[in-house]
Design a binder for this molecule. Structure first.
Ligand code: ADP
Ligand code: MG
Ligand code: MG
Length: 247
């Protein structure tokens, strides 16, 4: 589903990703762990096509397509979803407006009919309910005044509405209390655990992986994957720390 080969990327001429290779097959959840500043969020942004992140070498194929050749909106329409470490606030645009426009522009790009107002509202309300988010929050401006945990939960509502093929979730567990962690973990499993979907879960902590069991765990350090293993690698990291395990 996703094949990253020798990816090099820089910001303002500063190399951040330095030969990163990673393959994620359909139906798999991969966790990426690694020290602060390793390039985890950069990887997410490069895959999402954020301006300012320049790819200088390597390739990324997504479902057989050259991902790096696609504009960001085309990547989203192809089924790529990026959950941000720091979700953006959009004053003046309600959650419902944002979700409906995002979903229908993706559907149009895929040649599918847009959802009617009624169909869309039903979908959005069902996703909010599944994430135990008050439906009133759908009417509020996107993430404005939301707590850290509410923003992360709102991202999962977005993911549920958009129903992507591949989700990159950047520290989706940060700022969540214990109940919210379970709700978000259940949401990831419900929305993304399917034979034709995959997830890249960027996290610092084992606790999310108790809910969303990874098929593989990778350590990203200084712009490349330095170690890969099974779920036990996350436990080993938690016990011994990055310096010890990645040495
Ligand atoms: P991680 O998510 O693993 O903590 P990041 O991908 O956010 O790391 O950052 C990787 C490195 O890139 C860090 O050294 C960070 O300071 C640097 N970096 C990130 N964004 C920018 C930017 N806009 N300008 C310059 N350096 C940046
Ligand atoms: Mg960080
Ligand atoms: Mg980060």
């Amino acid at each position: 589903m996703l094949e990253i080969t020798n990816l090099h990327a820089e910001i303002d001429g500063k190399p951040i990703l330095k030969g990163l290779s990673l393959t994620v097959n359909a139906g798999e959840v991969h966790a990426i762990m690694g020290p602060n500043g390793a390039g985890k969020s950069t990887l997410g942004y490069v895959l999402g096509g954020r301006p300012g992140y320049e790819v200088t070498d390597g390739s990324v194929t997504f479902a057989g397509q050259d991902l790096l050749d696609l504009e960001p909106h085309a990547r989203a329409a192809a089924g790529l979803f990026l959950g941000f470490q720091y979700p953006v606030e959009i004053p003046g645009v309600s959650n419902l407006q944002f979700l409906r426009e995002s979903l229908n522009s993706q559907r149009r790009a895929r040649g599918e009919a847009p959802l009617s107002g009624g169909e869309f509202l039903k979908l959005a309300r069902a996703q909010a309910a599944a994430l135990e988010m008050d439906a009133e929050m759908l009417k509020r401006p996107v993430n404005v005044g939301f707590s850290g945990g509410e923003k992360k939960r709102n991202e999962m509502v977005q993911m549920g509405v958009l129903d992507p093929k591949f989700a990159i979730l950047d520290e989706t567990d940060s700022g969540l209390d214990i109940d919210a962690l379970r709700i978000v973990g259940d949401g990831i499993n419900r929305i993304m655990r399917a034979p034709d979907k995959s997830v890249l879960l960027i996290t610092h902590y084992q606790r999310l992986l108790d809910y969303v069991k990874p098929d593989a765990v990778h350590i990203l350090a200084d712009g490349r994957i330095v170690k890969s293993g099974g779920p036990e690698l996350a436990l080993e990291l938690e016990r011994e720390g990055y310096a010890q395990v990645a040495a």
